[in-house]
Design a binder for this molecule. Structure first.
Ligand SMILES: [Zn+2]
Length: 195
């Protein structure tokens, strides 16, 4: 009787076995602890728990890393402020098309209003080319211009925007005007296609 008290029932076959038996002597059922039987799964579970702990500890630092992202975004915004667009319509510089205006009058208007300023103008594509590793877009604004009124050196990342364009397309661009030549017309840099 005392022997039966110190024994337990096998969960599989209900025969009496030793309480610390690893194997049922009747049905050969594996009676070891679940985690011991499933060493690989237990190992994976331990790694997952460890990973959650590491993630939780890392989460404490996330507020400081978000802060540094915010400050870098603010730094990115500042040049955009300096690139303030002074004109959104070529009509503002319609004197360029005026055949009665002198070159001096055109230069004076350019220097006072547009030199080294950003504009966002719409015109007609007359030529797209690549020269010295940079892309150049020539746009026609005046109805009577033979070739183009402005030569824009585009930003390096504009290739994908330029590829679908062809001569005669209407486009809107943004660029920084640099000079007005008597023969070659306007020059601009940092061009990008707006639409
Ligand atoms: Zn058994």
């Amino acid at each position: 009787m005392s022997e039966s008290i110190s024994q337990k029932k096998c969960p599989k076959c209900s025969e009496l076995i030793q309480p610390d038996a690893k194997l049922c002597k009747h049905c050969k059922a594996d009676l070891r602890n679940w985690f011991v039987k499933h060493k690989i799964i237990s190992g994976i579970l331990a790694l997952i728990v460890l990973g959650m702990i590491v993630t939780a500890l890392d989460g404490d630092n996330s507020s400081s890393s978000q802060f540094s992202e915010n400050t870098s975004q603010e730094r990115d915004i500042q040049p955009t402020v300096q690139e303030e667009v002074v004109s959104t319509s070529f009509d503002d510089f319609s004197i360029l098309c005026d055949t009665n205006a002198t070159n001096l009058q055109k230069q004076d208007a350019f220097t006072s209003k547009f030199k080294d300023k950003h504009v966002q103008w719409s015109g007609t594509v007359s030529s797209i080319s690549q020269s010295g590793g940079s892309y150049r877009l020539q746009i026609k604004h005046c109805p009577d211009t033979f070739v183009s009124d402005i030569v824009i050196t585009m930003k390096d990342d504009q290739k994908d925007n330029l590829l679908p364009l062809k001569e005669g397309d209407k486009i809107t661009y943004k660029a920084k005007l640099t000079r007005l030549g008597d023969i070659l017309g306007l020059s601009a840099q940092n061009g990008e296609v707006v639409q």
